[in-house]
Design a protein around this ligand. Structure first.
Ligand SMILES: [Zn+2]
Length: 427
C-alpha cells in the first residue's frame, strides 16, 4: 500500500533547508519511496491532501528519562524507594514498563519519532524498545541506555543509575548492560543541581577520571558510545580527556577541553529545559532553597555558554529535553528548539536541523531517519503553520507519522499548571 501526500510545504531537515512547494511525497509501508513533482495513482494508492501545511522530519530527543513524567514539583518523594518497589517483582516491573510506554507515547504524539534514553530503571528502556520494534505496541524509535552508571554518592545513583566504585565494578556494569543489548552507555560524572551542597558549586566531580576512562574503554571495546552527565567545567574536562562521546548538559569550556572533544569527535548535547524552571521560576513555585536557585542559574548560564563555545569550535551540538526532571514533560521538545534559538542564538533553520538530522548524525542513525529523503523511514511531523516562523505550532501537531503509520491530530493530556508556568517564562 502506498500513500501519496500532496499540497504541503516541505522542510527536509537538512542544514541548508528552505521551504519547498509543489512536491508530492510517496510513502510505501514504512519508507519514503519518492519525493517528486507528480505521481501516477493506481488502485493501491491512497491520497492525502495536507491543505498547505508544513511537513518535516519527526523530531529526535537525545536526552530522555522514561520512568518519570516531569511533574511541576521538586518534591517528588523518595525515588530510590519507588525504584526498589517497581523492580521488586515481575508484576511491578510490568507496571514500570507500562508507565514508560505511556510516556514514550507522549513523546511520539508530540512529534518526537526517535528518542534516546540516558538513564532509566533496570532494563525497562530496552524491553519497551523491543516491544515497539516487534510491533507489539506503538511508540517512537528508542535508543536505549537502561540504567546509568555512577559512583556511590553520584547523581541519581539508586534511582536511574547503578553504583560502581572500582575499575572492576565499572567493567562489570558495562558488560551487564551489553548483555541487555543496550544501544549506548550512560555515566554520571558530576553531581546535579538538586544534590549540590555548596553555593556556586553545582556539578561537583563525583566519578574519578580513571573510572570514566575504564567505562569508556570497556564500552568502546564492546561497540557502544558513552554519554555522560556533566554540569561543570571540571566535569566537562574529565569527560573530554577520557573518551566520552556525548557530553550532556555541559558547561563553559576552555581551549584544552574543546580540542579534546574535537579530537575524539565528541558531541555536546544542550538541554535548557531542566535548567530554566529551577533558575527562573519563583521559589514559591519550585520549592527550592536560595542556594539551589543560585546554582541552577550557574548551570543555566553554563549550558548556554558551553553550547556557544561548542558551536564556535565546530563541535557538533545536539538537543535533548532531560525529560523526567521537574517541570520537564514528555510533550515539550518544541520548547527546546525555542530555547536554542532565543538563548543560544541559533537560526530557526539551524534549530530544526539540529533537532532532526543533526541529532540523527550524533546518534549514528542518519542513514535511517532525521530527514525527508528517499529510502529513509517515514518519520514525519506535520504542522499547521510554518515552524520556522514560530516553533509553537509544533505544540499541537496536525499529524505525526511513525514508520509510515499516521496519528492524526493527536491529543495529549497536559499538566495545566506546568504549561502555564512554562508559557509565562518563554523567551
Ligand atoms: Zn538527564
Amino acid at each position: 500500500m502506498k500513500t501519496v501526500y500532496r499540497n504541503f510545504i516541505l522542510l527536509d531537515g537538512k542544514e541548508d533547508m528552505t521551504p519547498v512547494k509543489n512536491k508530492v511525497l510517496v510513502v510505501e509501508d514504512d519508507k519514503i519511496l519518492a519525493i517528486t513533482d507528480r505521481w501516477d495513482i493506481d488502485e493501491n494508492t491512497r491520497i492525502l491532501d495536507l491543505g498547505g501545511r508544513y511537513l518535516m522530519p519527526g523530531l529526535i530527543n537525545l536526552h530522555v528519562h522514561l520512568p518519570a513524567g516531569g511533574k511541576p514539583s521538586t518534591t517528588g518523594g523518595n525515588t530510590k524507594a519507588l525504584v526498589k518497589l517497581v523492580t521488586s517483582s515481575a508484576v511491578t516491573r510490568k507496571i514500570g514498563v507500562e508507565m514508560c510506554k505511556g510516556y514514550a507515547m507522549q513523546e511520539l504524539l508530540s512529534g518526537v519519532t526517535t528518542l534516546r534514553t540516558v538513564g532509566g530503571v533496570a532494563d525497562f528502556d530496552s524491553i519497551l524498545r523491543d516491544m515497539i520494534n516487534s510491533g507489539k505496541t506503538d511508540g517512537p524509535r528508542i535508543l536505549a541506555s537502561n540504567n546509568a552508571i555512577g559512583p556511590h554518592d553520584g547523581h541519581m545513583v539508586g534511582s536511574v543509575a547503578v553504583e560502581a566504585n572500582t575499575e572492576d565494578e565499572c567493567r562489570e556494569e558495562v558488560r551487564k548492560l551489553s548483555e541487555q543489548k543496550v544501544d549506548l552507555i550512560k555515566i554520571m560524572i558530576t553531581g546535579g543541581v538538586l544534590d549540590a551542597t555548596v553555593k556556586g558549586e553545582p556539578g561537583v566531580l563525583k566519578m574519578a577520571p580513571e573510572l570514566v576512562r575504564v567505562c569508556c574503554d570497556e564500552a568502546h571495546k564492546l561497540g557502544f558510545k558513552v554519554a555522560a552527565h556533566v554540569e561543570s567545567a571540571e566535569g566537562l574536562r574529565v569527560a573530554a580527556e577520557n573518551g566520552v562521546d556525548t557530553v550532556e548538559h555541559g558547561a563553559p569550556m576552555d581551549e584544552h577541553t574543546a580540542q579534546c572533544l574535537k579530537t575524539h569527535g565528541s558531541a555536546y548535547i544542550c538541554t535548557v529545559s531542566p535548567a530554566l524552571p529551577l533558575a527562573k521560576f519563583s521559589r514559591e513555585q519550585t520549592q527550592i532553597s536560595e542556594m539551589v536557585q543560585y546554582n541552577s542559574n550557574v548551570v543555566f548560564e553554563g549550558i548556554i555558554e558551553g553550547t556557544k563555545n561548542a558551536l564556535e569550535h565546530g563541535i557538533p551540538v545536539g538537543l535533548g529535553t532531560d525529560t523526567g526532571c521537574p517541570f520537564v514533560t514528555h510533550y515539550n521538545m518544541w520548547r527546546e528548539l525555542v530555547y536554542f534559538q532565543k538563548f543560544v542564538g541559533a537560526s530557526p533553520e539551524f534549530a530544526l536541523y539540529t533537532a532532526t538530522l543533526g541529532n540523527a548524525k550524533i546518534a549514528g542513525i542518519d542513514s535511517i531517519t532525521g530527514s525527508i529523503e528517499v529510502g529513509k523511514s517515514a518519520d514525519i511531523l506535520i504542522t499547521d503553520e510554518n515552524p520556522l516562523e514560530n516553533f509553537e505550532t509544533m505544540k499541537n501537531p496536525y499529524c505525526v507519522i511513525m514508520k509510515g503509520k499516521r496519528f492524526m491530530e493527536p491529543k495529549i493530556k497536559k499538566n495545566k499548571l506546568g504549561e502555564d508556568l512554562l508559557d509565562k517564562a518563554m523567551p
